[in-house]
Design a protein around this ligand. Structure first.
Ligand code: NAD
Length: 263
């Protein structure tokens, strides 16, 4: 496998894209995957399926201590850390600016950015030293909304654009020892949830899979709504020392060809 003997920490690994990446990493020969998520049931299921090659860490990515715990677990259980995948995130269900009061905007912004951005930065902070020691890499889940409007509302789109800045800046700061890249999925059938602040803590992006599929199919040249598994290979490629040694500061798009379409 392309990741033989490697050790990864993956946030948001209980479900969706993070889970597909965890499973692909194990198929590619990873020694172990530390899976960070707030969803205990999802992590338990993953750990049951994969035994000692999965270390679950239950917690909230808004807390720095959770990331420290994940890195410690990687070192203690598997003897090192090669890859950090920052992935846990929330959606704004495409709410436009006119749909907010000033106080709802502030509260939603705090919650969404704390998970989607501070969560990534905390993960990077906690993993940096171990990754420098190993000559490892970081991969962050960006989005079609990192480069285009309309995939999210104003807060989600702003936040995913910011992931591009995070990737580029950290790629520079952490070179030459650590590569930092992103993967940008398009509309993907997952259980992606919204913010508590907007009352969307239980709402899921795939609640109506057929409507979602139709909307994404109509919008993208490749004409299908993606599945988590469709993106996982890019996370493997970017983590591979043999195949991506010269790649840093890049976002690999995996969105059905949104940028290929003109009027
Ligand atoms: P998902 O809900 O299936 O997976 C996200 C996981 O993150 C869940 O298991 C959830 O429990 C966890 N999580 C959320 N908030 C957390 C917190 N505060 N602390 C700990 N864990 C938390 O959704 P997904 O679509 O697989 O999302 C993964 C990433 O992909 C997100 O960054 C999302 O923005 C991005 N993305 C998704 C799509 C899409 O259409 N689904 C498109 C582009 C990008």
């Amino acid at each position: 496998g392309w990741l033989a003997g490697q050790v990864a920490v993956i946030t948001g690994a209980a479900s969706g894209i993070g889970r597909a990446v965890a499973e692909r990493y194990l198929e590619e020969g990873a020694l172990g995957v530390v899976c960070v998520d707030a969803d205990r049931a999802g992590l338990d299921e993953l750990a049951r399926e994969h035994g000692s090659r999965v270390e679950p860490v239950i917690g909230d990515v808004r807390d720095h201590a959770v990331h420290e715990q994940a890195v410690e677990r990687a070192l203690a259980s598997y003897g090192g850390l090669d890859v950090l995948v920052g992935n846990a995130g929330l959606f704004d269900f495409r709410r436009p600016l006119r749909g907010y009061t000033a106080s709802a905007l502030a509260a939603t912004m705090d919650e969404l950015f704390a998970v989607n951005l501070r969560g990534y930065l905390y993960a990077a902070m906690a993993a940096r030293e171990a990754l420098e020691a190993a000559g490892g890499c970081m991969i962050f889940t960006a989005s079609v909304a990192s480069f285009h409007a309309g995939g999210g509302g104003v807060l989600y789109t702003m936040g995913k654009h910011a992931v591009v800045g995070l990737v580029r800046q950290l790629a520079l700061e952490l070179a030459p020892r650590v590569r930092v890249n992103g993967v940008g999925p398009g509309g993907t059938l997952t259980g992606l949830r919204g913010t508590q602040t907007l009352g969307h803590g239980g709402r899921q992006i795939d609640a109506d899979p057929r409507a979602f599929d139709e909307r994404v199919s109509a919008a993208v040249p490749l004409a299908f709504a993606q599945r988590p598994r469709d993106h996982a290979g890019l996370y493997v490629l970017l983590a591979s020392r043999d195949n991506a040694r010269a790649v840093t500061g890049e976002i690999f798009m995996s969105d059905g060809g949104v940028a290929a379409r003109s009027i």
